[in-house]
Structures are given as C-alpha cells and as structure tokens.
Write a protein that binds this ligand. Structure first.
Ligand SMILES: *Cc1c(COP(=O)(O)O)cnc(C)c1O
Length: 393
C-alpha cells in the first residue's frame, strides 16, 4: 500500500514548484507576437528583472535553460584563447568551466575544500600573481546547487579590486536569484545570470544575463560576437523579435509576468526572509536527526549555507534509500546527490521559490517517516525543532 495520492511535492533544487497562478497565466491560445499585449508585457519584465537582480544596468533575455545563460555570458565577453579563473565549491562551477572550454576559453580551476565557500584571499593572491593580466574574468557560482555552499560575492568583488586586477566578476545566480540576498550593483558584480525555473517559479525555458558597464565594454572589444548570443540587440530592441532573436517564448512570458507580480507583491526582503526561515527549519531538523545517527549537513558554517537548497550526507546508501522511499511511498521527491561521490550517500532538499511553512513541515515530516520506515538510526525531536523555527517565523 502506498500513500502517494494527493498533491505531490517536488522538493528538488529546480525545477521548483510552479504556482497555480503561473500555470493559469500560461493556459491560453497563442497571442499576437507583432503588436499588442505581449509586446507591452515583454517590455514590462525588463524593470522587474533589474529589480530582482539589484541592478540599474542591462538585462538580456534568452530562450533556454541555465546552460544557455552560461554560454550567452561567455560568448559576449570572451574569445578563444582567453583565460578565466573558476573558483570551485561544487559541481556547477566545473560545468560552467566546461562550457568555457567548449568555446576555446582556458578555465583555471581553484578548488576549495568540501563544504567551504570561496576564499576571497586566495582569489586575491592568484590575481596579484597574474601580473600580465591574462585572467579576463572570474566565474563564480553564488550558490552551488550540488553542495549547498553559498559564497560571499561582495567579499569576492572586494578581493578582485584589492588585487588591482581588471578581471570581470561574473556570477551564476541560477539557484540563488529570488531566494538568497543578491544585489548586483551594491556587491560590485559585473555580470550575473539566472534561469526562470528556480526562485523565479516558471517552467524551465527562459534565462537571463544582467551586465554592467565593464562587461558591456568587454563585449564591445571582441572581434566578433555570436549573432544569436549577442546581448546588444536584445537590450535595445526595436521590435519584439529582437528581444529573443526570433519568436518570443510567448507562454513563458505570461508565466514569468505572473511570477514577478507575486514576488513584487510579497516584497524582496520578505521573499529572502521566507527562504531563510525555510532553510533554518531544515537545518534544525537535520541537526536533531544527526544527533542520534549519521546524518549531517554538508556545509558546517551556517553563514555559507544556501537558503534555497540544503545538501545532506546520509552514508551507507541511506540517502538513496530515503529518496526512493519518500518518492514511492508518500509522493515526496527529494533531490539526488548530484555530482557527489558516492551519489547514494547524499540527498538534497530544494526549498526554493513557491514554498511555504506547511510544505516545509510536510517535507520534513515525510523524511521523518522514511527514516522510521527504513530503520535508519536518527535522533528524536527533528520535526519539533523545525516547528519551533516555523513558529517563530
Ligand atoms: C540549475 C543550475 C544550473 C543549470 O541550469 P539548467 O537550467 O539545468 O541548465 C546552473 N547553475 C546553478 C547554480 C544551478 O542551480
């Protein structure tokens, strides 16, 4: 007998739960792509996208997932033979470095210890040693979704300036945008990118690159820029087709418009606060489970934990057995141990986007049931500990 009938919770770190209002907004016939509502709606997204990233500069929209944004960003500011520095706090930094490699850009990896954030002092030292200025950009992942490590982008930007180096700071905010505090201009970030299926609560298919004046100048210095990825026509479009270099992602635009309205209505501070509470509820539960068993958070220092996703170690294949049980028995899908070795010893809880207190309590209660069902040793009081965090709000 299973208990899976009911509203499922896909508690993975993207795609995230899609609000009913977003789904409803997308349920319509194809709109006119040449004039009228869709044109105005698309233009109206630009200020909201700048708002959510904390920038007064430019944003280019793309049809594509996060990998598209990675390629778009690199294609505008780099040429084959250029070098980039990639601080590694998890698998996503390596994936982005691999995209650079595919474009003929040499990625110099700097790997930080497991569960630790980017150390700005080490980045500063590497840049100081690069007296010839060969490193054109630092590609940093704000929240690495494989480990749940969140690094401090303001510190990183200060380190680049302290080194007196010209490298652009480019930040992957795919997991963090609309979840963890991020302010591109205030943090001194030259380029940020994200996609719509995580904190922005829209089905996968759109992504964004925000860029400031230093990144714009780097684009203008390139001998050539790929026609499709070129952000220039996209930020100064004369007609709708130029926003996307072809047909607009019609239904995604309606969905994203509604998602942005929801975020605006809640307010960014409140959105960030909600994610922090959800994250602390998860941490409190895992600490309590771990007190009587082998379960542990992958990031020891709470200051460097993502508020959007929590990665958890549960050895001896416990993590995989727990994922299977929760999915097959109670309709709760947990995130896999992506990029981890061994994969079956890690799981992740996505608490990004459209997630509220009762969903969080349900996910944690579901995991509690799984630990009991599977006879995995664990401490008591985890659900109580989470409830106290939620109760305090
Ligand atoms: C999800 C994610 C990506 C990849 O996005 P796709 O849409 O799957 O291409 C890249 N970076 C981070 C930090 C992510 O969380």
């Amino acid at each position: 007998m299973t208990l899976t009938q009911g509203v499922p919770y896909l508690a993975i770190p993207g795609p995230s739960v899609i609000p009913e209002a977003v789904l409803r907004a997308m349920h319509r016939s194809s709109p006119n792509i040449y004039e009228g509502e869709l044109v105005d709606l698309t233009k109206s997204l630009v200020p909201d996208l700048k708002w959510i990233a904390g920038t007064e500069h430019s944003v280019a929209m793309y049809i594509g997932n996060g990998h598209a944004a990675w390629e778009a960003a690199l294609s505008n500011i780099l040429s084959p033979g250029d070098r980039v520095l990639v601080p590694v706090t998890g698998a996503f930094a390596r994936f982005w470095a691999d995209m650079a490699d595919g474009l003929g850009v040499e990625a110099q990896l700097e790997v930080f210890p497991e569960g630790q954030p980017i150390d700005p002092d080490r980045i500063e030292a590497i840049l100081r040693a690069d007296t010839a200025g060969q490193i054109k950009a630092v590609l940093a992942v704000h929240t690495d979704t494989s480990t749940g490590v969140r690094s401090d982008m303001a510190q990183l930007s200060a380190a680049i300036r302290a080194a007196g180096h010209d490298a652009l700071l480019c930040v992957d905010c795919i997991a963090s945008m609309g979840c963890d505090p991020f302010e591109m201009d205030a943090m001194g970030v030259d380029l940020a990118l994200s996609a719509c299926q995580k904190g922005l609560m829209t089905p996968a298919g759109m992504s964004f690159v925000w860029f400031g004046p230093r990144a714009a100048a780097a684009r203008d210095r390139q001998a050539r820029v790929s026609r499709y990825w070129d952000w220039q026509p996209r930020v100064a479009p004369e007609h709708l087709a130029q926003f996307f270099d072809g047909t607009a992602p019609t239904h995604h635009l309606y969905g994203l418009r509604t998602a942005m309205d929801m975020l605006r209505e809640e307010g960014l501070e409140a959105v960030w606060h909600r994610h922090h509470v959800m994250a602390r509820a998860v941490w409190a539960a895992v600490d309590a489970w771990g007190a009587g068993g082998d379960m542990a958070l992958c990031v020891p220092d709470a200051a460097y934990r993502s508020h959007a996703i929590t990665a958890i170690h549960l050895p001896n294949g416990g993590a995989l057995r727990l994922q299977d049980w929760c999915r097959d028995q109670i309709g709760l899908t947990l995130g896999i141990g992506l990029g981890r070795d061994p994969r079956e010893d890690y799981f992740r809880i996505g608490h990004m986007g459209h997630v509220n207190g009762q969903m969080m309590m349900a996910a944690l209660g579901g995991i509690q049931a799984g630990l009991v069902a599977l006879d995995i040793p664990h401490g008591t009081g985890a659900v109580d500990a989470a409830a106290r965090v939620i109760a305090e709000g």
